[in-house]
Write a protein that binds this ligand. Structure first.
Ligand SMILES: [Zn+2]
Ligand SMILES: [Zn+2]
Length: 136
């Protein structure tokens, strides 16, 4: 907990109890949507609303402490900002995992093959996770 307070302060964010709880939940689960964060946090804070979580996440994104992961055909999930990586998305359970691919390599290759000036990459690979594959 002390650790999360320091992390928030390193990003110039006031360490409010809700922000500490959001940080804790993202550290534990990896990727969560606003609704999932609400489910995790509502036991702790009785006056919590989706709007409050949304507001906090937005401030945490402005300070680059939290990043949004945009997903095809499902709502965005949020994660604590890490080194650049790609994501795996399960079509069945809708869980999201990190996959360590070097996006700089992909951007470099893409730049060689086009006249486009590429600024960023958001790569989501979709399929079935091991659990869902074994459930048939
Ligand atoms: Zn799955
Ligand atoms: Zn991630």
């Amino acid at each position: 907990m002390e650790n999360y307070i320091n992390q928030l302060r390193n990003y110039h964010l006031k360490a409010t109890p809700q922000r500490i709880a959001i940080t804790e939940a993202l550290a534990m689960y990896g990727h969560l949507s606003i609704e999932q964060l609400y489910e995790v946090l509502k036991q702790k804070f009785n006056s919590l609303s989706l709007a409050t979580i949304y507001k906090n996440i937005n401030i945490m994104m402005e300070n680059a402490f939290v990043s949004e992961v945009k997903l095809p055909e499902q709502k965005s999930v949020y994660e604590l900002t890490k080194a650049s990586h790609a994501h795996l998305q399960c079509k069945k359970c809708h869980n999201v995992w990190d996959i360590h691919l070097n996006l700089d390599d992909i951007i470099q290759n893409a730049s060689k093959n086009s006249t486009f000036e590429i600024e960023s990459a958001n790569l989501v690979l979709s399929g079935l996770c091991e659990n869902c594959r074994n459930e048939k």
